[in-house]
Ligand binder design. Sequence first.
Ligand code: SAM
Ligand code: 2KA
Ligand code: SF4
Ligand code: MG
Length: 210
Amino acid sequence: MFYTLQGEGFHTGRPAVFCRFTGCNLWSGREQDRAQSVCQFCDTDFVGTDGQNGGKFKQPADLAQAIATQWPSGRGHRFVVFTGGEPALQLDDRLIAELHRLDFVCAVETNGTLALPDAVDWVCISPKGVAQVALTRCNELKLVYPQVDAPPERFTELQADYRYLSPINDYREQTIVPARNHATQACIDYCLSHPEWHLTLQAHKIVNID
Ligand SMILES: C[S@@+](CC[C@H](N)C(=O)[O-])C[C@H]1O[C@@H](n2cnc3c(N)ncnc32)[C@H](O)[C@@H]1O
Ligand SMILES: Nc1nc2[nH]cc(C(=O)O)c2c(=O)[nH]1
Ligand code: SF4
Ligand SMILES: [Mg+2]
C-alpha cells in the first residue's frame, strides 16, 4: 500500500492510495513462468505480502483502516485504487462497504476476466493477450499497445466511457520511459487515425514516483 498520484488513464495526477493485492490469474509472478503465461509483459512485483505497508488482513474493516491511515489527516477527496496482481481475485462487497463508510471513492485496475463487486465506483479494464474479457462495461478501457493478440478492434463491443492506449513498457525498466519509442509512436499513430482512442502515458514512471 502506498500513497501517490494515479499515473495512468482518466485520473492521471489524482492523489490516491494504491492497494496492491498479491496473486494473478494470468501469470504466477515468477520470471521462469513469464514466457508461458497469458500475460507476458507485466511490470509489477505482486508476489507475497511483504511489500511496503504490506500484510495479511483478516477482516475488511482492518484493511480499510490501514488504507485510511495512508491518507493525509484531516483531508478529504479520499480515493483508493485497488490493483495487483489481479484485485478481482480478492476484492469483495464488504471491503468496498467499509471504504465507503470511511468516505473513500473506490477505483479498480483489472484485467477484466473476473467479476467485480457492483459497488466499485470506477472500473478500469486493461485486457491481456488472448484472455477473454468477461465484464461488459467499464468507465475506462486502458489497452496496453501493441499486443498481437489484443488489437483495439477486438474491444469495439465492450462499453467504455473512455478508451486509452498505453504504450507497452519494457518490464525490465521499472522507471525510465523513453520520450518516444516505437510503442509510443504506434499509439500516437493509432489514436490519430482512430480518434475515439486517447493516448495515456505512465506518468509515474516519467517523474519517478511510486
Ligand atoms: C500491474 S496491472 C494490475 C491490475 C490488473 N491485473 C491489470 O492487468 O489491469 C496495473 C496496470 O499496469 C499495466 N501494465 C502492466 N505492465 C505494463 C507494461 N509493461 N507496460 C504498460 N502498462 C503495463 C496494466 O495493463 C494495468 O493497466
Ligand atoms: N503512480 C502509479 N499509478 C498507477 N496506476 C496504475 C498502477 C498499477 O500498477 O496498477 C500504478 C502504479 O503502480 N503507480
Ligand atoms: S499486468 Fe495484470 S494481468 Fe498481467 S500479470 Fe500483471 S497483474 Fe496479472
Ligand atoms: Mg504499475
